[in-house]
Design a protein around this ligand. Structure first.
Ligand SMILES: CC(=O)[C@@H](O)[C@H](O)COP(=O)(O)O
Ligand SMILES: NCC(=O)COP(=O)(O)O
Length: 261
């Protein structure tokens, strides 16, 4: 069953637009847990435009009362302060994302050929903390095939990739049927290559209630992390009902994908 990790970035973004602390990121996290989310995701960016450093520690405190709920922290490990937060919090998963500090949003995966050697000691440090490492990747088989050559597959924790799904989501929203099928096929091929390399497969960015069913026909997607669209849906239906709506779509899609596996 594909796990749903709810990204709380946009709750924090709304919270930051006033100085009175609402909506509470911690209360939103608790609501997601109550609704059945498998995990919580945060992306503390250097400019703290949404998730602030204290949010990460506050959520870590909440999750001490919920030991089965996974905590996924995303970010660029080469940015100052990120690894300090990871070492302090020791999350279940760390998703490494090659974002520049002033990027509007995440919009590309790692170039393993160029940065793989730099990532190796970072990956090993994170694995030594007991956390799973997920590398944010474009659906590029050649790049994905380079990951096992880094010597990080034999560590104490599972190695995963997170497929950056914005191109698929954009094709689903505004592309032709051929463009959508082409994108979907590229992700299916990338997922197969990752599976054959022994990598676990996560996915995220611009996934929503409309584009998830088709995407999850790709087998072996272990986790989707969703925040922007889920928060928009929550403004209309409530956060708890929105989480439940995503869980329902995922469980139905998984039922379909089981047939294809
Ligand atoms: C890595 C990724 O695709 C998202 O998790 C990212 O956190 C989105 O960042 P913003 O919420 O700042 O757009
Ligand atoms: N890794 C993707 C994520 O956490 C949320 O992305 P989005 O749903 O906000 O686009």
């Amino acid at each position: 069953m594909t796990a749903l990790s709810v990204n709380l970035n946009k709750i924090a973004l709304i919270r930051n637009s006033r100085t009175i602390g609402i909506p509470s990121v911690v209360k939103a996290g608790a609501t997601c847990i109550e609704a059945g989310a498998y995990g919580l995701t945060v992306h503390p960016r250097p400019d703290e435009r949404h998730i602030r450093r204290h949010d990460v520690y506050d959520l870590a405190e909440l999750l001490k009362d919920h030991p089965t709920i996974e905590f996924n922290i995303e970010g660029n490990p080469l940015e100052a302060g990120f690894m300090e937060i990871v070492r302090d919090v020791k999350p279940n998963q760390v998703t490494l994302v090659p974002d520049d500090p002033n990027q509007f949003t995440s919009d590309h995966g790692w170039d393993i050929a160029k940065h793989g050697d730099t990532l190796v000691p970072i990956i090993k440090d994170i694995q030594d903390l007991g956390a799973r490492v997920s590398l944010f990747m474009d659906p590029d088989p050649e790049q994905i095939r380079l990951i096992p050559t880094l010597g990080v597959m034999e560590g104490p924790t599972e190695m995963r990739i997170e497929l950056y799904t914005e191109p698929y989501a954009t094709a689903s929203r505004e592309g032709t049927q051929d463009e959508l099928e082409t994108q979907h096929t590229s992700y299916a091929v990338a997922a197969k290559v990752a599976k054959d390399c022994g990598l676990g497969i996560n996915a995220g960015h611009d996934l929503n209630l409309e584009n998830l069913p088709q995407f999850l026909r790709i087998p072996n997607i272990l986790e989707v992390s969703i925040g922007h669209a889920l928060t928009a849906d929550a403004l209309m239906m409530g956060l708890g009902p929105a989480v439940k709506a995503y869980l329902e779509v995922i469980s139905q899609a998984n039922g379909i994908s089981k047939v294809n596996q």
